[in-house]
Design a protein. Structure first.
Length: 470
């Protein structure tokens, strides 16, 4: 059976009638016991299993998915991958993930169709341009590629935008991240599932969790629709359903679940070759490889678990898109859906052990989950390992004195008896705050945007920041 994907294997299988391909991943019956069980067969769950096997040698692992692989948020996002964040903590996380995405296809031996087509974030006023200039300087200091665009630059990149004198959202310029782009969401999930399965991980679909096995105050496994499965460590990567499973485990998470809607049009010939984001309309648009326009908007602020969203929000998204691109007015919409995102008050991901010993969390990514999938690979290098370190953290906003503060979430305090040396506050500050700030302090006193022009600002005007996911 042919396992490795390459041009040669594709030619050989073509000659042989495509009959020798090995299945992408195995679908075994669940075993009664594993070293680790991961609940959630989306991108984060599959990536966790893959890097546990690859980086840590832990292969007796099962990924349990109540539906099908990638059927949750991973298959329902708008595929955007970027790292142009203002705060050093966010730039450190998403910058790592972005860099790993660039070589993910080679790492997984699976084409995730990453396309660095550029991310254009528009500014619609003079105040918006001032904010854009401030953001560009901060992003560049964080070590992320970003440029300040004038209106002429925007015309060159997106000539079909509504630049008319009566435009409701006139363009003054914007910010540009040339290395940003998109990746095929399904391919990312399938690639991780295939690579994890080849390393010995069991991918078990149609396996819903109904309860946790708790013995002597510790999580010892899960009860599923396919029987009880025991494990010394259980991971939970279920995005918007994190609070639901946390309730089954007996604790509360500071997670609100909202629907994030998106839709696609009928396919057309190539017309827009970048990702365009408008903060004022709350709309972002790109074109898929199949020719469909992929359109997304802001959160539906009514907590919900419905993966359909609602019509008023969709109407607002389409209206905003037509203000930006009247040329799309005759297109027909083909599909509309929603993903359930896990939003926390401080917009900081929750990673680590829960109040129930033996149960680990990976949630709170909000709308930034897809573009952060591959950052789990850096856990070992950055001394933040989901499985080898037992403390939960969330990076807090810096105080007025500019000091970066790390804290434990009050909803997931360190369990009794845990080793306080595992991930202490100095470690957290060094990884997420001090290293990025060292780069910032080495910058020149007066920073200019890469694009010459009137919009510039001094480094002293950069505001104190914290962790900001989107």
């Amino acid at each position: 059976m042919t396992r490795h994907y390459s041009a040669l294997s594709l030619f050989k299988e073509g000659v042989a009638g495509q009959t020798g391909w090995e299945k992408a991943w195995r679908s075994p019956e669940p075993k009664p016991r594993y070293d680790a069980v991961i609940v959630g067969g989306g991108g984060h769950g599959l990536a966790t299993a893959y890097y546990l096997a690859k980086n840590h040698g832990l292969t007796n692992v099962a990924v349990l998915e109540k539906g099908w692989i990638g059927g949750g948020n991973t298959g329902r996002n708008t595929t955007v991958v970027r790292s142009n964040y203002f705060y050093p903590e966010s730039a450190a996380i998403y910058g790592l993930a972005h860099g790993l995405y660039k070589r993910l296809s080679k790492d997984l031996n699976y084409n995730v169709m990453f396309s660095a087509r550029g991310i254009l974030t528009l500014a619609h006023s003079e105040a918006g341009m001032e904010t854009a200039a401030r953001s560009v300087n901060a992003i560049q200091v964080n070590g992320i590629d970003c440029e300040l665009f004038s209106i002429e630059d925007v015309r060159r990149v997106v000539p079909i935008y509504n630049f008319g004198p009566d435009a409701r959202y006139p363009v003054y310029g914007g910010t540009w991240q040339p290395s940003g782009g998109t990746a095929r969401h399904d391919a990312v999930a399938w690639g991780y599932a295939r690579a994890a399965s080849r390393l010995g991980v069991d991918i078990i679909q149609n396996c819903e969790i109904s309860d946790f096995i708790i013995e002597n105050g510790r999580c010892r496994g899960v009860v599923t629709s396919r029987g009880a499965i025991r494990a010394e460590r259980t991971g939970m990567a279920v995005a918007g359903h994190s609070s639901v499973l946390a309730a089954k485990a007996g604790f509360r998470l500071p997670v609100n679940s909202y629907a994030l809607q998106a839709c696609v049009s009928e396919p057309v010939k190539p017309i827009i070759d970048t990702v365009v984001i408008s903060p004022d309309t709350g709309v972002y648009v790109s074109q898929s490889d199949k020719g469909e326009l992929v359109i997304g908007g802001a959160l539906d602020r009514i907590p919900s678990y419905g993966q359909r969203g609602n019509l008023p929000v969709l109407e607002g998204v389409i209206a905003g898109m037509l203000e930006m691109f009247p040329i799309f007015g005759q297109l027909k919409m083909m599909r509309q859906w929603a993903g359930i995102v896990d939003v926390v008050p401080d917009s900081s991901p929750i990673i680590g052990e829960s109040p129930l010993p033996g149960l680990f969390l990976n949630c709170g990514w909000g709308t930034g989950g897809f573009k952060a999938l591959s950052v789990l690979r850096a856990a070992r290098r950055k001394r933040v390992s989901l499985w080898r370190r037992g403390r939960q953290f969330a990076a807090r906003r810096r105080g007025r004195d500019g000091r970066a503060l790390g804290r434990l979430s009050p909803y997931a305090q360190q369990p009794e008896g845990a080793d306080s040396r595992d991930l202490d506050a100095p470690d957290l500050r060094r990884v997420l705050c001090d290293e990025p700030r060292q780069r910032q302090s080495q910058g020149v006193g007066f920073l200019r945007a890469r694009r010459r022009g009137a919009w510039r600002m001094s480094a002293s005007r950069l505001a104190n920041g914290g962790c900001d996911i989107d």
